[in-house]
Ligand binder design. Sequence first.
Ligand SMILES: *Cc1c(COP(=O)(O)O)cnc(C)c1O
Length: 404
Amino acid sequence: MYEPVTNQQLLDVANEFGTPVYVYHAEKIAQQYHKLKDAFKGHPTKFFYACKALTNINVLKYMHQLGASLDCVSINEVKLGLKAGFEPKQILFTPNCVDFSEIVEAVDLGVNINIDNISILEQFGNRYGSGYPVCIRINPHIEAGGNYKISTGHIDSKFGISIHQMRHIERVVKTTHLHVQGLHMHTGSEIKDVNVFLQALDVLFEVARHFKELEFLDLGSGFKVPYKEGDPETDVVTLGAKLTEAVKEFEAEYNRSLEIWFEPGKYLVSESGSFLVKANVIKQTTATVFVGVNSGFNHLIRPMFYDAYHRITNISNPTGAERIYTVVGNICETDTFAWDRVLNEVREGDLLLFHNAGAYGFEMSSNFNSRLKPAEVMIKDGKAFLIRERDEFKDLLRNQIEVL
Ligand SMILES: *Cc1c(COP(=O)(O)O)cnc(C)c1O
């Protein structure tokens, strides 16, 4: 039985390790992984954890233990994955606008490579010919996802090779004898509608007919998780049933079996994460009551960058009277986490919990304002482990060279 983390466990973590702190619940990650796996048990399907969401080495190792594969967008993520114990063949490298040398390095490491640019495809073909298989990232021009910044399939997107460039792709593949083992697309994040995936799949089938040796079709990610109360989650059970059926039908026509690949990031780690901060001050102005916390967009930028909504609860005073607050950080910039939020009365020193903070939380943190990056903790089997120390003052000067 899956047991959610309790407020008491989180209060204990804050007590032991201080705040601000990110806390990840391992069993929640496992629950999400198994939900996906079960939904696709009708067809050989692999899940490559898109580790840009959260790269702590312990999270990577845990994913590996669960049986997940790994999607990486930089050569350093690839190296982290290898360090965490993934086999090269369990890693997919999906870079964008990187120097060709980074791709050569990935070939030397033996990982799967996803190419999203004709110029690179041509260089790859010239260098490796049929000697190293590739996957091609297609841009299907399907508009999808929660926010323009995280939507990658549209016409102005820098990602993928346009389906309208098929003739050119074929020319390069044919003249350089490339072995195309897979086709990929990733249309964006937070896709609620299962039909968007099916539409994307139809486009991939169309492209697949041009290649004879495919082993997999990679549908990227886009799984939505609920942030607000009442928010939908992508219905993976329906998705699994429909996609599986469509792929089986296509296999009959294509005359080869095709694995389905996915690259979930947010779906696996978002809900496992809690971000704990302390209310430094309550500041009443003529217009609102601010809660100023000991954090800011230097630690959690999603609300400011993507207009993302994170549920916030006061775990120090869960039965206090409900009042309306504007929750802000301590950064010298407008860094508003939430306007007009109903919270149980917040007193200075109370601990606030940001829910669903596992994905793109710590990972996008910075030292802006010369503030220190928070600690990270993993709760596993009911025990809390410190998995990253909080920055110290000396970290701000690391790599700086004093010449004056
Ligand atoms: C970011 C990214 C993902 C993961 O997206 P989520 O919304 O976090 O699931 C998957 N594939 C690629 C290529 C990505 O860039």
